[in-house]
Write a protein that binds this ligand. Structure first.
Ligand code: 2BA
Length: 109
């Protein structure tokens, strides 16, 4: 038995939970905060048999692949009367940080 902890982007959490449930994985989703950016992220904890580790990691890789996305931020205008103008920037979203831990004992009582 292994415990997989995967820190993923909030945006990817909803879709991956659906797929994990459909494939028969049990998972717990925690709302967490990155220590560096202090921004919200999601941590999934998932107890699995060793035979299914590769399948689980494959699902995480597929659903949480890091990708570039264009988003707009409000840029401060040069003059006070012009207000704010949307300014497109490219950001990287997604990706996953995965830990696989050995489980000494697993019990449901
Ligand atoms: P990633 O390395 O992809 O990490 C994404 C999130 O995964 C982290 O959020 C943190 O919540 C978790 N994480 C990553 N490595 C971990 C570890 N060894 N132990 C526990 N949790 C871990 P943040 O801490 O907010 O970091 C966001 C991104 O900022 C990181 O993306 C990395 O690109 C960068 N970063 C993190 N720490 C840094 C540092 N000390 N100096 C420069 N850049 C850093």
């Amino acid at each position: 038995m292994k415990l997989v902890m995967a820190i993923i982007h909030d945006e990817d959490a909803f879709h991956i939970m659906d797929l994990l449930n459909a494939k028969g994985f049990s998972a717990t989703k925690l709302a967490t905060t990155g220590g560096f950016l202090r921004a919200g992220n999601t941590t999934l904890i998932c107890g699995v048999t060793e035979e299914r580790i590769a399948e689980l990691i494959d699902i995480i890789e597929t659903k949480c692949r890091s990708r570039k996305q264009i988003t707009s931020v409000n840029n401060v205008s040069v003059t006070a009367n012009e207000g704010f103008a949307p300014y497109p920037v490219e950001v990287t979203v997604g990706g996953a940080t995965i830990f696989v831990l050995s489980v000494e004992e697993f019990k449901k009582v």
